[in-house]
Design a protein around this ligand. Structure first.
Ligand SMILES: [Ca+2]
Length: 224
């Protein structure tokens, strides 16, 4: 069901508070063998929001990747990751954005979003539903190409592959949702009930091709 309220794009999923969600657990030590491919029909995007919940105490020697999107001959069309300092960083259209949002690797569950709009190049990082860092002039007027490949837990250096073990994510991750807009109700999306899915990727509905990753199911309101 598609629900438009006050020009904020939300898609209700079949989930409600108390329901269990699939949680991925990417193993230690880092390996290129563990990843999940998400089967999504992706439009060309002049704006984007990616959100997820992650719990990790892992600090890598390189950048640890939650999610990568390769498309149109561009392996870093979009990346959502954190660096060796435990700070959120992203790529949009092959250009990186380091942020001052630290302690991703504090061992606790957090809800993270990165949003971007090519109008003015506005970007924002949200932590647990609240804005934590923002800026402008990042990849203004660029368009992220359509019909690419979404990979959880690895950085693609070619379409669907070219992984580097030192760039793998280690830890738990769930609630990966992607919208082709930055007009999202972030507080609602961060709510533990996880009622709202993205219109590009909806975690509840998206087909997950799982490679050497363990899974468990849990009520998101009871995550520890
Ligand atoms: Ca790459």
């Amino acid at each position: 069901m598609h629900l438009l309220t006050a020009s904020v794009l939300l898609i209700t999923t079949g989930l409600s508070n108390g329901d269990k969600t699939t949680i991925l657990r990417l193993p230690s030590p880092q390996t290129t063998k563990s990843y999940v491919k998400l089967q999504a029909a992706t439009p060309a995007m002049t704006a984007l929001t990616a959100c997820l919940r992650a719990k990790t105490a892992f600090t890598g020697s390189g950048n640890s990747h939650f999610l990568s999107y390769a498309a149109g001959g561009m392996d870093n069309a979009f990346l959502f990751a954190y660096n060796r300092n435990g700070a959120i960083y992203s790529y949009v259209f092959n250009s990186n954005k380091d942020t001052s949002v630290f302690k991703v690797d504090d061992g606790a569950w957090h809800h993270w979003c990165f949003s971007w709009n090519n109008r003015g190049g506005k970007w924002t990082v949200y932590k647990d539903g609240m804005p934590a860092a923002a800026g402008t002039g990042f990849q203004t007027d660029k368009t992220i190409p359509a019909n690419g490949v979404w990979i959880v837990g690895q950085d693609q250096d070619r379409l669907g592959g070219g992984f580097d073990a030192t760039q793998a994510y280690v830890g738990d991750i769930t609630s990966i949702n992607v919208w082709n807009t930055d007009n999202v109700n972030f507080a609602a999306v961060a709510n533990c009930g996880d009622n709202f899915g993205g219109n590009v990727i909806s975690w509840y509905d998206v087909s997950k091709e799982i490679h050497e990753v363990s899974t468990y199911r849990k009520d998101l309101c009871k995550l520890k």
